[in-house]
Design a protein around this ligand. Structure first.
Ligand code: FMN
Length: 205
């Protein structure tokens, strides 16, 4: 048995074994590839996967994803302006909602309880029903307004998982850089992944 500081996680190590109902919300922040890589790594045969885009998400996707957003077959998409979605009601919330990437605008609206479209209402529902809300904000630098909104969200129980990649595993491609963040999102969802090397994990030969 050899011990490497950085090796890929062994399969199954972080498995919940549960089928989850997951809502992925994509907003108009830079980093559409984070959303794409998350969708690429959620198995629709294992989890019930829903997607909703903010008004501005499509514009950034057009700038950043040459082939557009690729939705895996079986993903259920929802119209932002229709409340005809399960998670618009506290009677049918998802197990988890991930806003990735998350603008400061959406983050602020969620922090202050705006619920005028289905994305914001879903976040409101997830918080009030004490389900898991993972926000992946992307902005720099931050103003006090941003930080105060983040503070409020942390107090309300949200997980703030900024799109801050790590470099200690020497990622070689943009995808590998992005995956250092997406791996942490999957970890917080409780979804098995070996997307990015883990620090000081033993490699068993
Ligand atoms: C190319 C592009 C990149 C952007 N990147 C960011 C960003 O990283 N973070 C952010 O908070 N807003 C960013 N914005 C601004 C948001 O898209 C804008 O504030 C929008 O109103 C957010 O709406 P939404 O939260 O409903 O998606 C960007 C806009 C464009 C066009």
């Amino acid at each position: 048995m050899t011990v490497n500081k950085l090796v890929a996680a062994t399969a199954g190590r972080h498995t919940s074994g549960r089928n989850l109902k997951i809502l992925v919300a994509i907003t108009g922040a830079s980093g559409a590839l984070y959303a794409q890589r998350l969708l690429d790594n959620l198995d629709v045969r294992e989890h019930e996967l829903h997607v909703v885009l903010s008004n501005y998400a499509q514009q950034v996707i057009s700038e950043e994803l040459p082939g557009g957003l690729q939705l895996p077959a079986g993903v259920r998409t929802h119209n932002l302006k229709s409340m005809n979605a399960p998670f618009a009601s506290g009677s049918n919330p998802p197990d988890a909602m991930v806003v990735i990437p998350c603008t400061m605008g959406t983050l602020g609206r969620i922090a202050h309880g705006y619920s005028e479209d289905v994305l914001l209402r879903a976040a409101d529902v997830v918080l009030k029903e004490r389900r898991k809300l993972i926000l992946v904000p992307r902005e720099t630098p931050l103003s006090l307004v941003h930080v105060k909104n983040m503070e409020l969200l942390l107090q309300a129980g949200a997980i703030l998982l900024p799109a801050n990649p790590s470099f200690y595993a020497n990622p070689k491609t943009i995808r590998e850089v992005v995956d250092t963040v997406v791996a942490r999102v999957l970890d917080h969802l409780g979804v098995a992944n070996k997307l990015a090397p883990r620090w000081a994990e033993e490699e068993i030969e």
